[in-house]
Design a protein around this ligand. Structure first.
Ligand SMILES: Nc1ncnc2c1ncn2[C@@H]1O[C@H](COP(=O)(O)OP(=O)(O)O)[C@@H](O)[C@H]1O
Ligand SMILES: [Mg+2]
Length: 647
């Protein structure tokens, strides 16, 4: 199945939270890392995006540019020559003019062909840069601290990435397709002017450049702020739109479409006003620039005609002077647009590199013991591909834990966004290998947070040991190999059912194996009813499946993965009792067969009936422990929940 880049990025951002979660230290670093990126280093960074072979092509482009600029000078010179040496002759015949005309034609055709070649080379370089830039940005985003995603709207990041990527690529194209040709042609024209015209006239002709450039820079400096503002407003609008589309059903049930429409209308009007202010200023400066050009062209024609009438220069030189002047004003006119677009693209490219330089989440960083000389950390901070390589090397060095007991000692945690509100308060827990442990407690008491800490999604104070190994010494891949976490809201990709069940598997999986997993997760019968069966395309976020079907697909993954530690976070909350029981008995079989440790959070207490032990949490603390029947018989939170007195 093919996805557009927008779709792919939309999915990646939406679900990075599920792939891996947050970090407070890295976040503080990120927030401090504001607009420090200097424009000076932007070219260096873009250059580094290109593979070495592509870098060599710049020499080719440069050679083509110089050659093309020289060729461009031949036409004005030929026209001057034609006027002075052939047309001045009383007995001029067509055949005597023909060679010069043919040469003009030939030079112009050759120049166009050269431009096509330059364009192809530039486009090839730009598309290469785009490919690498996109890959690096996704690598950077997928390993960024989760707090970054919590602080930014999905649509905003999405829009920001696409626009900044476009800007970065456009910067490369602008440089080689517009700016460099304008400069080389302009320089060649200046040389011709000084060679052919008396110095005072030549100086007058080139005076159009400083005046024009002054106007361009005034224009850019007055408009710079507004460009960034427009860009940010558009990114915010993207964010709002994606947020709204995500809540389309709620908007319908609350009948708030009109309110949302008005809100968008207000913001669009605000954006429109800003844009109009910008366009008015641009029109004013454009007008000044054309007046500048007109005044100088009158001066150039007037003065060179005057000189010719006094016999100081020839008539042919008048023509050469004017044609050279147009060769200056042509690029100069372009230069306005180019520099203008440049300033916008530099803002965008800086934004792109800011995305690329996002800090790496703590869970990817090795602990000090595993990386004593900090080489991995240094390579990670260098960015891709050093980052990807460093992460892979580190994973290879760290095998998954051999045992599967869980120990939690003195764990304290608060979300970085709310540092004064402790969510976990001195948690101690021992789960023997192969045990089935339940976690119960009122909503918001910190159950999900605790398992996020155990799966290294959040960084907490205290100690967590998996199979005797400290969590900080376990790489993400070692963790993924031994721990499976099934969240309440599973992550489904817009792909086939087959690929959704196999999601995250590092090996080829036969259809029969997938079918067996689906049967154990009690979803096989549903899948067979779908058109195309296992090839049925799941919509974005599983929108064409029921909540229970989504959960069962996520549960089917367990039977393929056969993790050593299984963590279920209300993973069966949307299932009916029969379905839940069937799946539970399959999970128990798996547990018996492989000695799997199971940690299960459940709001529906009956889910925990077969647990070896249940811990009951309240306000970030463990307040009760015991078997189901014992807890049910003891006054306390568990009994209140069982009696329906507590939610
Ligand atoms: N990403 C987050 N950022 C800030 N606070 C959060 C975040 N996730 C959860 N919380 C807060 O942490 C507390 C515990 O949440 P959670 O662990 O999800 O509870 P439970 O799973 O027991 O219902 C809640 O008060 C919730 O508001
Ligand atoms: Mg929860």
């Amino acid at each position: 199945m093919m996805f557009s880049s927008h779709e792919i990025y939309g999915k990646l951002y939406m679900n990075t939270r599920i792939i891996r979660e947050g970090n407070c230290v890295a976040e503080r670093k990120f927030l401090a890392m504001d607009n420090k990126n200097s424009n000076k280093r932007i070219w260096q960074k873009i250059f580094r995006l290109l593979p070495p072979r592509q870098k060599l092509r710049f020499l080719w482009i440069l050679a083509i540019l110089v050659f093309s600029a020289v060729l461009s000078q031949l036409t004005p010179l030929a026209v001057g020559y034609l006027t002075d040496h052939i047309l001045a002759d009383q007995s001029v015949t067509f055949p005597s003019v023909l060679p010069v005309l043919l040469m003009i034609l030939l030079v112009n055709v050759a120049n166009e062909i050269i431009k096509v070649a330059r364009r192809l080379i530039v486009e090839d370089t730009a598309t290469q840069a785009e490919k690498t830039a996109r890959q690096r940005a996704s690598a950077s985003l997928l390993t960024a601290p989760l707090s970054y995603f919590r602080n930014s709207m999905t649509g905003n990041i999405h829009g920001r990435l696409n626009r900044s990527l476009e800007g970065t690529v456009k910067l490369v194209k602008l440089l080689f397709m517009d700016f460099a040709p304008a400069v080389t042609t302009g320089l060649a024209a200046i040389v011709t002017i000084f060679l052919r015209l008396p110095v005072p006239v030549a100086c007058l002709v080139v005076l159009v450049i400083p005046v024009g450039t002054f106007l361009v820079f005034r224009q850019i400096s007055t408009q710079k702020g507004i460009r960034v503002e427009l860009m940010e407003t558009r990114a915010d609008m993207d964010g709002t739109m994606v947020e709204l589309l995500g809540g389309i059903e709620t908007i319908r049930t609350l009948d708030s479409a009109q309110t949302e429409e008005n809100r968008i209308l207000d913001r669009s009007e605000h954006l429109r006003e800003k844009e109009m202010r910008h366009h008015k200023a641009m029109a004013f400066y454009d007008c000044l620039k054309f007046i500048n050009e007109a005044v100088f062209s009158v001066l150039v024609i007037g003065i060179s005609v005057l000189l010719a009438s006094h016999g100081i220069i020839s008539i042919g030189t008048v023509l050469t002077a004017y044609l050279c002047f147009t060769q200056l004003t042509g690029p100069l006119r372009e230069l306005h647009r180019i520099l203008d677009e440049f300033s916008e693209c530099v803002v965008l490219a800086n934004d792109y590199f800011r995305l690329l330089e996002l800090p790496t989440d703590f869970s990817y960083l090795p602990d000090a013991a595993a990386d004593p000389d900090q080489t991995v950390v240094r390579n990670i901070s260098k960015g891709c591909p050093a980052k990807t390589e460093a992460l892979q090397n580190m994973s290879a060095r760290q095998p998954a834990p051999a045992a599967n007991d869980i120990r939690v000692r003195g764990v304290r945690f608060a979300y970085p966004e709310k540092p004064d509100q402790p969510i976990l308060n001195n948690i101690d827990l021992e789960i023997p290998a192969g045990a089935f442990m339940g976690i119960a407690g009122p909503s918001g008491c910190g159950k999900s947070t605790l398992i996020k800490v155990i799966d290294k999604l959040e960084q907490a104070e205290g100690e967590v040991l998996l199979g005797g190994r400290n969590l900080s010494s376990l790489s993400r891949s070692a963790l993924a190999e031994s721990v499976a976490l099934v969240p309440q809201t599973p992550f489904l990709v817009a792909d086939t059912i087959y690929n959704n069940i196999c999601y995250g598997m590092k090996r080829e999986v036969a259809l029969e194996e997938v079918k067996d997993a689906a049967r154990k997760a009690n979803i096989a019968a549903d899948i067979e009813q779908f058109p195309g069966g296992y090839e049925f395309p799941v919509a974005e976020s599983g929108a064409n499946l029921s909540g229970g079907q989504r959960q069962r697909i996520a549960l089917a993954r367990i039977f393929l993965r056969r993790p050593r530690i299984l963590i279920l976070d209300e993973a069966t909350s949307a299932l009916d009792n029969t379905s839940e029981k069937l799946i539970q008995s399959e999970i128990e079989k798996l547990k018996e067969k492989y000695g799997m440790t199971v940690l299960s959070i459940a709001h529906r207490l009956t889910t925990l009936k077969n647990c070896d032990e249940i811990i009951v949490m309240d306000k970030g603390q463990i307040v009760q422990k015991g078997k189901f029947d014992e807890l049910e018989a003891t006054p306390g939170i568990f009994r209140d929940m069982a009696l329906g007195l507590l939610k």
